[in-house]
Design a protein around this ligand. Structure first.
Ligand SMILES: Cc1cc2nc3c(=O)[nH]c(=O)nc-3n(C[C@H](O)[C@H](O)[C@H](O)COP(=O)(O)OP(=O)(O)OC[C@H]3O[C@@H](n4cnc5c(N)ncnc54)[C@H](O)[C@@H]3O)c2cc1C
Length: 320
């Protein structure tokens, strides 16, 4: 009754969130007194035995071309087969875009209870209970899974990734996989940017920046910190910034180590997507802006004065 951890790839490269899921799953296995094994789908350029450094003993690889690109139905079927083959009783995903799509489908297919968006290790003192955020991060729920097979998707940036030494055994799983029913005819990819979902630091702008022509000062700050850029919804709706940068209830939900909100009022719909960030810094000229209530650090000031000074100070600190 091993723990199976899904290690997610894109373009043949394992995602950073997979390493967190692996570390988390290995600890779950340790708590249950069993082994942790990883599952990788599709063509991968990385050396899969290197996943042993996160503590997994074995990596199951289904190197089928039909799995090179993500497709929720095809992936679900392949993972269900791999679960049955490996005899795993606990399956771990990252609660990223892939995990969010697959975990519920797999739950229905395997008749397995699922906790989506877990924020802590399971509590085994009285069954199998997992903590997750509810009401846009305003409260916690402790959810008990009573089914034979259990599925957890771990919220990105909730568990510290630990890498040590070691090599895992790689086993090729020969599972027949049909071609996806949905054919992707083209990809419109954003390149050269840090993906929001993988970013540990995010600098985000709101209407306080007044217009797209002023985004240079925000990008300079982001560059000095090695951060991704994001924005509030009205900014994306006004075409100041692309829609994939919009964070919040109706946009991307993120949980970086550091979220810097620049000229954003802090409406509840915005907070819903960012309030799981570890540290929130708010820069706003209005000392009464609601965002300050959710902030760890606040700067009351004009963004056009504060941002260039911050960038200069950070660059100086880093000897640039
Ligand atoms: C169903 C629904 C879903 C929604 N989903 C989302 C969502 O997912 N994400 C989202 O962001 N919003 C969402 N909204 C919109 C949300 O309610 C707010 O309207 C929006 O977040 C406000 O964006 P903003 O803070 O950029 O703009 P504003 O509310 O206009 O705030 C601008 C802020 O900038 C400050 N400011 C102005 N000038 C300066 C300056 N020079 N220096 C410093 N500070 C300055 C102001 O004091 C103000 O606090 C949703 C709304 C609804 C109804």
């Amino acid at each position: 009754m091993s723990v199976l951890i899904f290690a997610d790839q894109a373009d043949g490269q394992l995602k950073k969130s997979s390493f967190e899921a692996l570390t988390y799953g290995v600890e779950v296995a340790r708590m249950l007194g069993t082994d942790a094994e990883a599952l990788v789908l599709g063509k991968v350029n990385d050396d899969l035995s290197s996943l042993g450094k996160y503590g997994v003993k074995k990596v199951h690889h289904i190197a089928n071309d039909n799995l090179n690109l993500f497709d929720a139905s095809t992936y679900t079927k392949a993972i269900a087969e791999a679960t049955n083959t490996s005899g795993a009783k606990v399956i771990i995903f990252s609660h990223n875009i892939t995990g969010r799509a697959i975990a519920p489908k797999l739950s229905a297919r395997l008749k397995a209870g699922v906790v989506a968006g877990a924020v802590a290790l399971p509590d085994l003192t009285n069954g199998f209970t997992v903590r997750k955020n509810v009401f846009s991060g305003k409260a916690f729920a402790n959810v008990s899974i009573t089914s034979d097979i259990k599925i957890i998707s771990i919220n990105p940036n909730s568990y510290k990734t630990v890498a040590g030494e070691g090599a895992a055994e790689v086993s090729n799983l020969d599972i027949a996989v049909d071609a996806p029913k949905i054919k992707v005819t083209s990809h419109d990819k954003v390149t050269g940017e840090i993906p929001l979902s993988e970013a540990t630091i995010v600098v985000s702008g709101g209407r306080g920046l007044k217009g797209p022509e002023n985004w240079g000062i925000l990008e300079d700050l982001a560059k000095s910190l090695g951060a991704a850029t994001a924005c509030s919804r009205p900014v994306a709706d006004s075409d100041w910034r692309p829609h994939h940068e919009h964070v919040g209830q109706t946009g991307v939900a993120i949980s970086p180590n550091l979220y810097i909100a620049v000229g954003i009022s802090g409406a509840i719909q915005h907070l819903a997507g960012v309030n799981r960030s570890k540290v929130i810094v708010v820069i706003n000229k209005d000392a009464e802006a609601p965002f300050f209530k959710a902030a760890d650090y606040g700067i009351v000031g004009d963004v056009f004065e504060v941002l260039p000074k911050m960038t200069e100070a950070i660059n100086k600190m880093n000897g640039r």
